[in-house]
Design a protein around this ligand. Structure first.
Ligand SMILES: Cc1cc2nc3c(=O)[nH]c(=O)nc-3n(C[C@H](O)[C@H](O)[C@H](O)COP(=O)(O)OP(=O)(O)OC[C@H]3O[C@@H](n4cnc5c(N)ncnc54)[C@H](O)[C@@H]3O)c2cc1C
Length: 510
């Protein structure tokens, strides 16, 4: 029988490194020695503030108290992302963490909605999402059993504080932190496996399994093992970002705002102690100076931090587990931050590493299963992101190019199906479900030619009246929630994270 792993080394102390250290210290047998090497001199990427509801499951798995976490990380709650100017310059829609309406007679709700809209063009999809109503009215509370529909929620958090919070957690569970810069990586001359990290201080850190959380540097998976990186820039055109902090908002909204710009988009993320802002853009269309200037204008008040300029190549590593090295976080890939999916991908990689945890040989079917799973996750997120760029009616050259680009086959098929029959294929695995696709399709003006023929038997004015009743109920439920700012200060009770990974609120949402 092959021996078990006894010594595991994590390189990197950003969000990925400390999430990995915290989770492994909780989930692996205590006799596995975990050490984390990080360099304060190098620092972290310094961004990554918006999350999706899956983080609640991660925190629950670690036994973290949600209210303590919210206070420690300066977090606010997040119910949705508001997209401004993505379809055309004046368009505005929400992508909420909830489903829309109720399915009737086994037919997806949106077919009734599309029929009713013929009679009532003023109806919007947001009218049928409780999370959207709450987001628009600046209210927040966890879903209640008496509500007719559920929703998920996530957080806007200070990434630096979250890493610090998890560091305390992991160190309390025996993870040893080593400060220092890796100068050289020693490999086994026969197998090529990584054996030791040699630090500038002269210290050598030996391990059997290495988790590469070194960020964009990808020191182990890329520089040392030479695993290639697949660029998706031809589909995801942005490759630069600049981030700036501004003062905290008096009434922080419970949603992230992303506004399309001439050659990219601008985020606004409200935290308790400041507001995070950033401009993601294409270097083919905008200089760093122009991007920063546009961001300052969008913020409209003096920044409280220096600009943080970041370069990236959208894409991923098809083999993020190679030999005895598993890449987690930016070292394994980065698509772009529009749908706040990176921390989710970190979480999935950690959970899959635990599921397929290797023996000391480190190579085998678990490695292949891990790589297949991560490729599927990256691919599905990628296609959903591409849709945001492709389905636009904006006049600028950047957006025209996005509209005219050839999109991946699977996305093209999905889009054609929706245009023809308003049908959304369900994925068996992968992050985004029907409500997410629907929000973006309809929010960005992708109008289907037809819908399920069975709804034609219902007169549109009757359907519209039924739907109006539904929207009124959801609005009333949202208005019964406390103001978001109050919920942040008081904390919330009584909403355990759903056991299954779900964007839409588990038990109550779809
Ligand atoms: C513009 C932008 C916006 C983003 N927004 C979001 C968001 O809203 N939501 C979201 O989920 N994600 C977001 N992300 C992604 C998110 O920031 C990252 O997924 C997350 O921070 C994890 O980063 P990391 O830990 O992999 O890398 P890093 O934070 O870069 O950490 C790398 C670590 O490796 C260490 N290191 C590197 N080289 C060495 C060496 N030679 N010796 C010792 N130590 C070394 C560094 O010191 C550091 O500790 C965003 C990313 C970008 C670029």
């Amino acid at each position: 029988m092959t021996a078990a792993i006894e010594r595991l080394v994590i390189l990197g102390g950003g969000t990925a490194g400390w999430m990995t250290a915290a989770a492994l210290s909780r989930l692996l047998p205590p006799d596995i020695k975990i050490r984390l090497v990080e360099s304060e001199q190098i620092g972290t990427v310094g961004v990554g503030e918006a999350t999706i509801p899956h983080l609640r499951q991660f925190n629950t798995l670690l036994g973290i108290d949600e209210n303590a976490f919210v206070q420690a990380t300066g977090a606010t709650y997040k119910l949705a992302i508001e997209f401004n100017g993505w379809g055309d310059a004046g368009s505005r829609y929400l992508h909420p963490f909830s489903g829309f309406g109720d399915d009737l007679n086994g037919i997806d709700f949106h077919h009734y909605f599309l029929r009713a809209r013929k009679h009532r063009p003023d109806l919007t999809l947001d009218d049928f999402s409780l999370a959207s109503w709450a987001a628009r009215s600046g209210r927040f509370g966890p879903p209640r059993p008496e509500f007719p529909t559920g929703y998920g929620y996530a957080f806007h958090l200070d990434a630096g504080r979250y890493a610090r919070f998890l560091r305390d957690y992991a160190e309390a569970r025996g993870v040893e932190r080593i400060e220092g810069r890796v100068a050289q990586v020693e490999q086994d001359p026969d197998s090529g496996h990584i054996r030791r990290l040699h630090l500038e201080s002269g210290q050598a850190v030996e391990g059997q399994l290495f988790v590469d959380c070194s960020g964009f540097r990808a020191l182990l998976i890329g520089d040392t093992l030479g695993v290639g990186y697949q660029s998706w820039r031809h589909w995801l055109p942005c490759n630069r970002a600049v981030a700036l902090g501004s003062p905290a908002m008096a009434e922080p909204p419970p949603y992230t705002r992303v506004t399309a710009s001439g050659a990219g988009w601008i985020w606004r993320i409200p935290l308790q102690h400041r507001t995070g802002n950033g401009h993601v853009y294409s270097s083919d269309h905008l200089s760093d100076e122009q991007a920063c200037e546009q961001l300052r204008i969008a913020i409209g008040k003096p920044a409280i931090t220096e600009p943080n300029f970041i370069r990236f190549e959208p894409g991923y590593r098809a083999r993020s587990w190679d030999k005895n090295c598993v890449a987690v976080g930016l070292s394994s890939g980065f698509l772009e931050p529009l749908e706040s999916t990176s921390i989710y991908l970190i979480q999935m990689a950690i959970l899959k590493l635990v599921t397929y945890f290797p023996n000391a040989r480190c190579e085998g079917p678990g490695q292949d299963a891990f790589n297949r799973w991560m490729a599927l996750e990256y691919g599905r997120v990628r296609d959903f992101l591409i849709l945001h760029y492709h389905a636009n009616r904006r006049p600028e050259a950047f957006w025209q190019q996005c509209r005219e680009m050839t999109i991946p086959d699977e996305l093209a098929r999905k889009l054609a199906l929706f245009k023809e029959a308003a049908a959304v294929e369900h994925y068996e695995h992968g992050l985004f479900g029907l409500p997410s696709w629907l929000a973006v399709y309809l929010g960005q003006g992708v109008t289907p030619d037809g819908c399920d023929p069975r709804v034609a038997g219902h007169p549109p004015h009757k359907v519209a009246a039924h739907l109006q009743g539904m929207a009124d109920t959801l609005k009333r439920c949202a208005e019964s929630l406390p103001p978001h700012a109050e919920a942040v200060v008081r904390g919330v009770t009584g909403s355990p994270a759903p056991a299954e990974l779900s964007l839409y609120g588990g038990r109550y949402g779809r």
